[in-house]
Design a protein around this ligand. Structure first.
Ligand code: PEP
Ligand code: MN
Length: 265
């Protein structure tokens, strides 16, 4: 069934993505403060996980919404990660931010709205750091793989794909989680494939089952938004898990991973 084997990507001696472990990356949508980020970092450490996510430069649909703390957000994220011995995932919104992300992050996210921002793809294609390429919410799998090729053709083969839901006629959920794409890419692409059930559903109550569905489809990892107080979050509060729900996610994800002969790490 598997046509192309996944090529694992090693981020540190402790963390290889795309191997036997499914990687669970937790963190707030946006870095808002040191305390907020530290509470999530502490949970990640307690669960034995190895990477924190958090946006410092936010691609917000409205210019009136919180745009992120910028470099200060990256400083906070790095400080928390160093305290708990974690790696950092954060987004570069434009070409000019790539050097900053190289300095503070271990994995650089290209967001859904930027999947076909070609100069940005070329810029991250020319560096050494691994890149997480999220699927454009109006993009086909073929267009997504072509975007990945824009990165790899500049030399950087360390690409991780992330399905984060696509826009369909369905309005019940923020997006529609395309687990078909996860299963397809697991079998037909060398790049590790992740699922983001937070943006895919837009609803905290659906995040855990959607996360499980991604793992069942073969996902090599998950990126999930967790906030100490979702009701007060400056972005994506409705889809953010509380710290307790983050723990529950870890347990429920472990059950699926175990059934598939994998571990959550
Ligand atoms: C995010 O990860 O917070 C984000 C903005 O994701 P996406 O680009 O998938 O919307
Ligand atoms: Mn978000």
């Amino acid at each position: 069934m598997i046509n192309i084997e996944t090529k694992p990507i090693s981020l540190s001696p402790e963390l290889t993505i795309g191997g036997n472990e499914s990687t669970l990356i937790l963190g707030p949508c946006s870095v808002e403060s040191y305390e907020q980020t530290r509470l999530v970092g502490k949970l990640i450490h307690k669960l034995g996980l190895k990477m924190i996510r958090g946006g410092a430069f936010k691609p917000r649909t409205s210019p009136d919404a919180f745009q992120g703390l910028g470099e200060e957000g990256l400083e906070i994220l790095r400080a928390v990660a160093d305290e708990f011995d974690l790696l950092v995932l954060s987004e570069a919104l434009g070409v000019e931010q790539v050097p900053l992300l190289q300095k503070y992050a271990d994995l650089i996210q290209i967001g859904s709205r930027n999947m076909q921002h070609f100069p940005l793809l070329w810029a991250v294609g020319e560096i050494e750091k691994p890149v997480m390429l999220k699927r454009g919410f109006m993009s086909t799998v073929e267009e997504w793989l072509a975007a990945a090729k824009h990165i790899s053709s500049r030399g950087n083969e360390k690409i991780i794909l992330c399905e984060r839901g696509i826009r369909t006629f369905e309005t019940l959920t923020r997006n529609t989680f395309d687990t078909n794409a996860i299963a397809f890419l697991k079998q037909n692409s060398p790049y590790p494939i992740f699922g983001d059930p937070s943006h895919a559903t837009g609803r905290a109550d659906l995040v855990i089952p959607a996360a499980q569905s991604a793992l069942a489809a073969g996902a090599d990892g998950l990126v999930v938004e967790v906030h100490p107080n979702p009701a007060e979050a400056l972005s994506d509060g409705k889809q953010s898990l509380t710290l307790a729900q983050g723990e529950e996610l870890f347990e429920q994800a472990t059950r699926i991973a175990t059934a598939l002969g994998r571990k959550i790490g």
